[in-house]
Design a protein around this ligand. Structure first.
Ligand code: CA
Length: 380
């Protein structure tokens, strides 16, 4: 009886454990199939073909930027075997150029090609990643961005907006601008109406000038009609295509306000996360390639365009006098201090930038600068 009871209990226990085992098995299979399914879904999402929209802040056919963007889209499609297609829309074709950041942030488009100083109204520190007046040229600033802590700060700044930034090439050191009267002293800047955006514009205001903000489409007409007295634009290539050499007498240098602005490619974080790692690497490789193309093509084309301007002899090429540059430099220091006092992000990024600039300066002095000077030595 006892054994029967025990037998019964044992049988019940066996049945119970068998039942429990079956449930556990079904549950495990269910979980396994769920995780397999999730895995499969993830894999499917990561291997599906993506169609991305890339908006630019530039008007269609802007030299160099246009070719680089077209090549960028083609390279990505080819290298990814069609897994990622990028359709390019220039400013005004889908959205206005100055809404690129918001469109990428909101996920209306996946990528944007622009310059970070366009967003300085929203994020004051962003302009430091493009350029700082009297700051470093492309070599130094790109070294800071990539290996001096700049990129980490840039990413940190854009993270709340769900945007990932990458540097993507420079226009090179810009020109000082087009003037119809000579700038011999700071007095000549008094009341000067000049199209000059950003921190450079703030310096001109401090010098007693009147910085004017105009879109690309308005610059030529404004200078031609005398609505403005002067304008900066980019460099010989872009300035000549714009026809500025036909409506101004003096072409000033150097572009103290933009010594090598760095462009940016921005990507929507969620769209980025949906890409497989190989696709992400392709995008990064194409950004690096495009950045190099942009910088070197600008350098080569600017040299050709300047030679044309010189050969045509319509305008006089003039260097800003030392006393003007020195005064502008001092005013710029004040502007940077004021901006840093107004915004904590600006202060933090500027501190990192200037720390790197201080580190870089002695090295630059005995290499790039010293070498440039050595070429100018004339044997007697
Ligand atoms: Ca400019």
């Amino acid at each position: 009886m006892a054994s029967l009871v025990l037998c019964g209990i044992e049988k019940n226990m066996k049945e119970t454990s068998m039942y429990a085992f079956k449930i556990a098995l079904v549950f495990t299979l269910f979980l396994t199939s769920c995780s397999d399914k999730d895995q499969a879904t993830v894999m499917e999402e990561k291997t599906e073909a993506h169609l991305w929209k890339l908006v630019t802040a530039w008007p269609p056919n802007l030299p160099v930027n246009h070719e680089v963007t077209e090549e960028f889209a083609k390279d990505i499609e080819l290298m990814s075997n069609g897994k990622l297609k990028v359709k390019v829309f220039n400013a005004g074709e889908l959205i206005p150029g100055l809404q690129v950041f918001d469109a990428v942030s909101q996920g209306a488009v996946q990528m944007g090609f622009a310059a970070s100083y366009y967003w300085s109204g929203k994020i004051p520190a962003s302009q430091i990643f493009t350029v700082v007046p009297f700051g470093m040229t492309e070599k130094g600033s790109l070294a800071w961005i990539k290996f001096g802590g700049g990129l980490e700060l840039w990413r940190e700044l854009y993270e709340p907006f769900g945007v990932i930034p990458y540097p993507m090439g420079s226009t090179g050191v810009q020109m000082g601008g087009w003037f119809n009267k000579k700038i011999n002293s700071m007095e000549d800047i008094q009341g000067l109406k000049m199209r000059i955006p950003g921190l450079g514009g703030k310096v001109i205001a401090k010098a007693g000038g009147n910085p004017i903000l105009l879109s690309a489409a308005e610059v030529y007409t404004a200078l031609e009609r005398g609505t403005i007295d002067a304008t900066e634009w980019v460099g010989p290539l872009h300035d000549k295509r714009f026809g500025l050499d036909r409506i101004a007498k003096y072409y000033y240098y150097p572009g103290w306000h933009e010594p090598g602005p760095q462009m940016e490619m921005i990507i929507n974080q969620k769209a980025w996360d949906r890409l497989s790692e190989p696709l992400q690497k392709i995008v990064e490789a194409c950004i690096a390639k495009s950045g190099l193309t942009l910088s070197t093509k600008n350098e080569a084309e600017n040299a050709k365009a300047l030679q044309q301007i010189i050969d045509e002899g319509r305008v006089e090429l003039v260097r800003f006098p030392d006393n003007v540059l020195e005064n502008l430099k001092n005013l710029n220091t004040q502007v940077l201090e004021e901006e840093a006092a107004k915004d904590e992000g600006f202060r933090k990024v500027l501190e990192s930038y200037q720390k790197f600039q201080d580190l870089y300066a002695p090295y630059e002095a005995v290499t790039n600068k010293a070498y440039d000077e050595s070429r100018d030595i004339k044997s007697k």
